[in-house]
Design a protein around this ligand. Structure first.
Ligand SMILES: [Zn+2]
Length: 1012
C-alpha cells in the first residue's frame, strides 16, 4: 500500500517535472546518440550559410537499423541535382515502416491518373499502438453530441488523448522541396533520441502526405531531369501539373472536383486530425501565411483565428532565436476564401496552417536576388531575408524541417490546450443555431432543378455535412431580402408544382441576408434541411451563405475570388433559416448519397423531358446516340404538365434504355402517345473540340472536368492543331475556347521563338509528360493560319464559343463585327457573383433558364454593340439641348423663319445597338451589318440596383446592363461570346448549361430569332 502510494506520488512528480522540463527543452542533438557523419557532412556542404540551418537539422542522428533518405535518394535530402519521383518517396516511407515500429504507411486513395496517395504516421510505439482507441476518443471530441456536450466528459477525453498533426507536401508541383524534407523529417521523428524530438514523438502523431499532387510531381521531376540533360537550354515550362488544373488545385476545397482534395479531406476528417498544415515554396525564406491579413473568413470560429496567431508567432520567435533570417508571419495574404486545401481544417473545426518557404523550382543551387518588397523590414518582418544570397534546396529543406519541428514541439507541449480547443470549436459548431445562427438551410423539395440540387447536396455530403429530409410539410419564418432579387428559376416543374412554363417564375428561392420582418413559409415534404446543430455546420454555412466584401475595405489587394455562394452558382434555391423552429420539423437523416429521382411516367412511344437546365440532360442526349431528339422552340403543355422552351421530344429510343438512364441520371421522362404540336428542331450529339494553348492550361482544366463528369465527349486539341487543320468543320461542330489568361496577341504568337525548342513529349527521360497532349515545341501559338482556319470553321457552319479573355481575342481578331469592348476604369468585380437578365428567352442558349441567373464574373469584358462593323456603342449621355433661347426643355429658334421640328435621336438600351440612321445607311452602306448577322444578346448584366449578388463589386455601373452572353451569326456558323465564365472551379454548375445549349443546338442557334 505504501509502495503503491509512493509510486502514485512518484508518477505525479514525474508528470510535473516533465511538464516543466518540456517547456525548457533545449533544441539539438542528444550527445549520447551517434550522428551519421557522412550524411551530416553533406547537410553542411549543401547548406550555403550556417545561419540557413538550425540546431534541429544541422546533423542527422545515426541508426543501426533504420535507413536514411540516402538509401533511396543516393544522397541526402535536398541535395543538388535530385528530385525524387513520388514512387521513390513512397518506397522510402515503406522502408521506414519496415525498419521502425514508429512509422506506419496508409494508402489514402488515387489520383485522376491512377497514382497512389499515401499518409505516413510517425509517433512513439506507445502512441501508434493506441491509435484506434485514441481515434474513438477524438471522434467524441469531434462530435460532442456523442457526450451530450458535457465539458467534464470532454476534459477526461482530452486528458487521455493525443493529437494528430497532418502535414501535406508539394500540392504545387513547381514547389519541389517538401518531399525530401518530409522524408528526412519522418526519419528524424522516428530515430532522433534528443529530448526535443522525443517529446514530439511521445505527444503527437505526425501524419504526412509527402506528395499531394502526385501526377504533377512526377511531371515536374521529368522536366527537371530533362533540364539536367540539357543544362544550357531554356527550361520546359510545367504545362500540366495535375490532370486538370495547375495552381488552382489549391482552390478546390469548395467544389471538391479533384481527387487530391477529397483524399486529403477524407484523411483529415477520418483521422479526426487537429491540424492540416500545407507546404508551399514561393516566398523567401519562411512565411507562415496562416495568420495572413484581413479580411478573415467570416465563418470560422475566433478560437481558431487566435490559434493561428499563437502557433504562428511561436514559430517565428523560435526560429528567430536560432538566428535564421527571413522568418515571418502576417504578410498580405487575405484569409477570406475557404477554397485553399488547408482550409479543410479551418472549416472542419481544426487548425489550418500554411508555410511558404523559398524554393528554386528544382534542385539547382542558385544565386537569388530579391525585390525590395521581399527584403525590406516591415512591422511583421523585423528580421527580413537577405537582398541577395546563394540558395540551395537543402537550405529550403532546413527551413521546412526546422519550422515543422518547432511547431510540432510546441503543439505537443500544449496538446491538451489544442485538444480542448478542438472540442470547444466542435461544440460551438453544434450550438450554432442558438448562438450566431442560422438554425438551418432549407433546399425546397419542389426545386425546379432536382438534379442540380442533388449535385449540390452531394458536395455538402462529401464535405462531411449531415443532410436531413422533411417527412411532412413544415412552416417556418423566412426573412425576405430587403432588395427583392428575382430568382433564377425557369418556370415549369413538371412534377406538378406551382411553377408554370410560361408565366412568371416560382417564388424567390433567394435566402435572406437582411433583417426584416419574418414571413412564414411552408416547405413541402421532401425538402432538404441542412441543420446547423452539427459538428461540421461551419463548412455548410460558409458555402451556402452570401459574401460581402466592402468596396472600401482597407485590404487593397484581393488574393482570390471574393464569392462562392453555392446555391446561386448552382441555380438552385437555398433558404437561410434563422427560426429555430425549423429544427423541430419532422425529418429523417439521409443515410445515402443524394440522387434526384428519375423514371418513366406514363405510356407511349414518344418521350418528353422538361428542359430545366439540369446538367444531366446533356448526358442524356449523348447517351441516346441513335435516338431522334428534338427540342420544342416554345413552351407547351401536355396532360396538365408544363414544359419549358427547349424541352426534349425523344423518339426511336428504347424504353429500357430510357428507364435506366432516367434512374441513373435522375431525370423524369414522360411517355406519351402523340407528340405535342409545337415548333421543334432536332438536336444532334455535336462533335466538340476543346482548344488549349501551350501558354497555360489552368483555366480550361475546369472545363475539361465539367465535360468529363457529364460524359460529354470532346477532342482535346491545341492552338497548334488549329493552325495545322485546314478543314476544322470536317471534324468538329463546336469549338470551345475557355479562358487562357493571356492577351489576344499572345494566343496568336505563342511563346517567343528565341533559343531552343520546348518539347512536351513522352521520352525515356520524361515518361510522365506528353500524355494529355503533346508537341515537339510548345512555343508556336495559333498563328495566322490558325486564325484563318478558325474563321473558315465559323463561315462553314461551326460554332466557336469564347469566354472572357478568349472572347476578347474573338472580338479583337474580327470574329464578331458589331461587338466592341469598352475599357474599364473603376470596375472591380473580383471573382464575384453577379445577376443576369435574360434578353432573348427564345435563343436556344437560354433554354431552361429564367430571368435572373447568377454568374461568376472576374472583371469580364464590357461588351458594346453596334449595327455597323467596327462600330462602338454602349452607355450614352442623355440628350442635351444646344445653346440657344428658352428653358432647358425648349427648342432653339432661328430668328426670321418659322420653327422646324428636330428629328428624334436614335435610342437604345445599354445592351442594344443603336438603330441605324439614314445617314449611316447611305454613307457607310458597306459597314452596315445585315440584320441576320447582327449580334443577338441572350443575357445581359442586370440593372445596377439588382446586379450585385455576392463578393466584391465596385464601379458596377460600368458593367451593369451591358450584354453578357451574345450569339453572333457569322457566315453559316456562329460565334458565341461570354463576359462571365460559365465553367469555373466546379462551383458554377448552374451556368454550365448555357454552354451545353450552345453545343446541343449548334446548327439551330438562330431558332426563335426575330429580325427587325
Ligand atoms: Zn504554392
Amino acid at each position: 500500500m505504501i509502495r503503491l502510494i509512493h509510486g502514485f506520488i512518484a508518477s505525479l512528480l514525474i508528470i510535473a517535472v516533465c511538464a516543466v522540463v518540456n517547456a525548457q527543452l533545449k533544441p539539438g542533438r542528444d550527445p549520447n546518440q551517434p550522428v551519421d557523419q557522412e550524411y551530416t557532412n553533406k547537410i553542411r556542404e549543401y547548406t550555403t550559410e550556417t545561419f540557413f540551418n538550425s540546431p534541429l537539422t544541422d546533423y542527422l542522428p545515426a541508426s543501426a537499423t533504420v535507413p536514411t533518405p540516402m538509401s533511396v535518394l543516393g544522397n541526402v535530402a535536398g541535395s543538388p541535382g535530385k528530385l525524387p519521383y513520388a514512387e521513390e518517396v513512397y518506397r522510402y516511407m515503406r522502408l521506414l515502416e519496415k525498419a521502425s515500429p514508429r512509422v506506419k504507411v496508409y494508402a489514402i486513395g488515387t489520383t485522376e491518373e491512377g497514382r497512389e496517395m499515401i499518409a505516413v504516421a510517425v509517433a512513439s510505439e506507445q502512441l501508434l499502438a493506441r491509435l484506434d482507441e485514441n481515434r474513438a476518443r477524438l471522434a467524441k471530441l469531434a462530435d460532442p453530441r456523442a457526450i451530450n456536450l458535457n465539458d467534464d466528459e470532454a476534459d477526461k477525453l482530452v486528458a487521455a488523448s493525443f493529437p494528430i498533426y497532418y502535414i501535406t507536401g508539394t500540392i504545387h508541383s513547381t514547389e519541389t522541396g517538401s518531399p525530401t524534407a518530409l522524408m528526412e523529417l519522418a526519419y528524424r521523428l522516428a530515430v532522433d533520441d534528443s529530448a526535443y524530438v522525443k517529446s514530439i514523438r511521445d505527444n503527437v502523431v505526425t501524419l504526412i502526405t509527402p506528395v499531394v499532387e502526385v501526377d504533377g510531381r512526377n511531371r515536374m521531376v521529368d522536366i527537371y531531369n530533362w533540364h539536367l540533360q540539357h543544362p544550357s537550354e531554356s527550361e520546359l515550362p510545367l504545362m500540366y501539373w495535375g490532370h486538370y488544373v495547375a495552381h488552382d488545385n489549391n482552390r478546390d476545397a469548395i467544389g471538391l472536383s479533384l481527387k487530391l482534395t477529397r483524399n486529403v479531406l477524407n484523411t483529415f476528417t477520418g483521422w479526426k486530425a487537429q491540424v492540416l498544415h500545407d507546404l508551399h515554396e514561393s516566398v523567401p525564406y519562411l512565411y507562415d501565411n496562416t495568420i495572413g491579413d484581413g479580411p478573415y473568413n467570416a465563418w470560422v470560429d475566433p478560437i481558431l483565428t487566435d490559434e493561428w496567431q499563437i502557433i504562428g508567432w511561436n514559430n517565428v520567435s523560435e526560429m528567430t532565436k536560432f538566428g535564421m533570417p527571413g522568418v515571418f508571419a502576417h504578410g498580405n495574404f487575405d484569409t477570406w476564401s475557404p477554397g485553399y486545401l488547408m482550409f479543410i481544417a479551418a472549416t472542419h473545426n481544426g487548425i489550418s496552417r500554411l508555410y511558404e518557404t523559398f524554393g528554386n523550382r528544382g534542385a539547382d543551387t542558385l544565386e537569388r536576388t530579391l525585390l525590395p518588397t521581399e527584403y525590406q523590414r516591415t512591422w511583421y518582418r523585423q528580421n527580413p531575408p537577405l537582398p541577395k544570397a546563394k540558395w540551395s534546396q537543402r537550405n529550403n529543406n532546413n527551413y521546412q524541417q526546422t519550422a515543422l519541428l518547432t511547431s510540432l514541439y510546441y503543439f505537443g507541449n500544449n496538446s491538451k490546450l489544442f485538444l480542448k480547443n478542438f472540442y470547444l470549436k466542435s461544440k460551438r459548431s453544434v450550438l450554432k443555431p442558438r448562438n450566431e445562427g442560422p438554425a438551418a438551410y432549407v433546399l425546397p423539395g419542389d426545386d425546379p432543378r432536382p438534379g442540380n440540387q442533388a449535385e449540390l447536396l452531394r458536395t455538402l455530403q462529401a464535405q462531411g455535412v449531415e443532410i436531413h429530409r422533411a417527412t411532412a410539410p413544415f412552416t417556418v419564418s423566412v426573412k425576405p431580402k430587403k432588395k427583392s432579387a428575382p430568382p433564377a428559376v425557369a418556370g415549369g416543374s413538371p412534377l406538378g408544382a406551382s411553377a408554370s412554363a410560361t408565366a412568371s417564375p416560382s417564388p424567390s428561392p433567394t435566402p435572406a441576408s437582411a433583417e426584416t420582418t419574418g414571413a412564414a413559409r411552408t416547405f413541402p415534404a421532401g425538402s432538404y434541411i441542412v441543420r446547423m446543430d452539427q459538428p461540421y455546420s461551419r463548412i455548410a454555412d460558409a458555402l451556402l451563405d452570401y459574401q460581402y466584401w466592402a468596396p472600401n475595405d482597407p485590404q487593397p489587394e484581393v488574393y482570390d475570388d471574393t464569392a462562392w455562394t453555392m446555391g446561386e452558382l448552382a441555380n438552385v434555391g437555398v433558404f437561410r433559416i434563422v427560426d429555430t423552429k425549423v429544427l423541430d420539423a419532422p425529418m429523417n437523416r439521409v443515410s445515402s448519397e443524394i440522387r434526384a429521382p428519375g423514371s418513366i411516367i406514363g405510356l407511349g412511344s414518344t418521350y418528353l423531358v422538361n428542359h430545366n437546365a439540369d446538367n444531366a440532360l446533356v448526358t442524356l442526349r449523348y447517351q441516346l446516340k441513335d435516338a431522334s431528339v428534338e427540342v420544342a422552340e416554345e413552351p407547351f403543355e401536355v396532360a396538365g404538365q408544363k414544359f419549358n422552351r427547349g424541352s426534349f421530344i425523344i423518339r426511336k429510343a428504347s424504353a429500357d434504355d430510357l428507364n435506366r438512364l432516367g434512374k441513373e441520371l435522375g431525370i423524369q421522362i414522360y411517355a406519351i402517345a402523340d407528340a405535342p404540336s409545337v415548333k421543334t428542331h432536332e438536336i444532334k450529339p455535336a462533335r466538340v473540340a476543346l482548344v488549349h494553348t501551350w501558354l497555360d492550361t489552368q483555366n480550361e482544366g475546369w472545363w475539361r472536368i465539367a465535360l468529363d463528369q457529364l460524359q460529354v465527349p470532346y477532342s482535346y486539341i491545341s492552338t497548334q492543331d488549329v493552325a495545322r487543320e485546314g478543314n476544322l468543320k470536317a471534324k468538329y461542330d463546336v469549338i470551345l475556347f475557355a479562358p487562357v489568361g493571356a492577351p489576344p496577341n499572345a494566343i496568336v504568337n505563342g511563346m517567343p521563338m528565341y533559343g531552343n525548342p520546348l518539347p512536351w513529349k513522352t521520352t525515356s527521360v520524361t515518361p510522365n509528360i506528353g500524355k494529355i497532349d503533346s508537341t515537339d515545341d510548345m512555343r508556336p501559338g495559333l498563328g495566322w493560319s490558325g486564325l484563318m482556319n478558325l474563321q473558315k470553321f465559323v463561315q462553314q457552319g461551326g460554332v466557336f464559343l469564347s469566354v472572357d479573355d478568349t472572347a476578347n481575342f474573338a472580338v479583337n481578331y474580327g470574329f464578331t463585327p458589331g461587338i466592341s469592348i469598352a475599357r474599364a476604369s473603376r470596375l472591380r468585380a473580383v471573382g464575384d457573383i453577379l445577376r443576369m437578365k435574360t434578353v432573348d428567352a427564345t435563343s436556344p442558349i437560354a433554354y431552361g433558364y429564367a430571368d435572373s441567373l447568377a454568374m461568376y464574373c472576374s472583371n469580364g469584358p464590357i461588351f458594346n454593340l453596334s449595327n455597323m462593323a467596327g462600330g462602338t456603342g454602349g452607355r450614352r449621355r442623355a440628350d442635351q439641348r444646344v445653346t440657344g433661347r428658352g428653358t432647358p426643355d425648349d427648342p432653339d429658334t432661328v430668328q426670321g423663319r418659322p420653327p422646324v421640328e428636330i428629328p428624334e435621336a436614335p435610342k437604345a438600351e445599354v445592351w442594344e445597338a443603336l438603330p441605324l440612321t439614314d445617314e449611316q445607311r447611305h454613307n457607310n452602306a458597306v459597314l452596315v451589318i445585315p440584320p441576320g448577322e447582327r449580334p443577338r444578346v441572350v443575357m445581359r448584366y442586370a440593372d445596377l440596383k439588382d446586379l450585385f449578388v455576392s463578393g466584391l463589386l465596385d464601379g458596377g455601373d460600368e458593367i451593369a446592363e451591358h450584354a453578357a452572353v451574345i450569339d453572333v451569326p457569322s457566315g453559316r456558323g456562329h460565334v458565341v461570346v461570354f463576359s462571365t465564365n460559365p465553367m469555373w472551379r466546379g462551383q458554377t454548375k448552374g451556368s454550365y448549361f448555357l454552354v451545353f445549349n450552345a453545343i446541343l443546338n449548334f446548327d439551330n442557334l438562330n431558332a426563335g430569332r426575330k429580325l427587325e
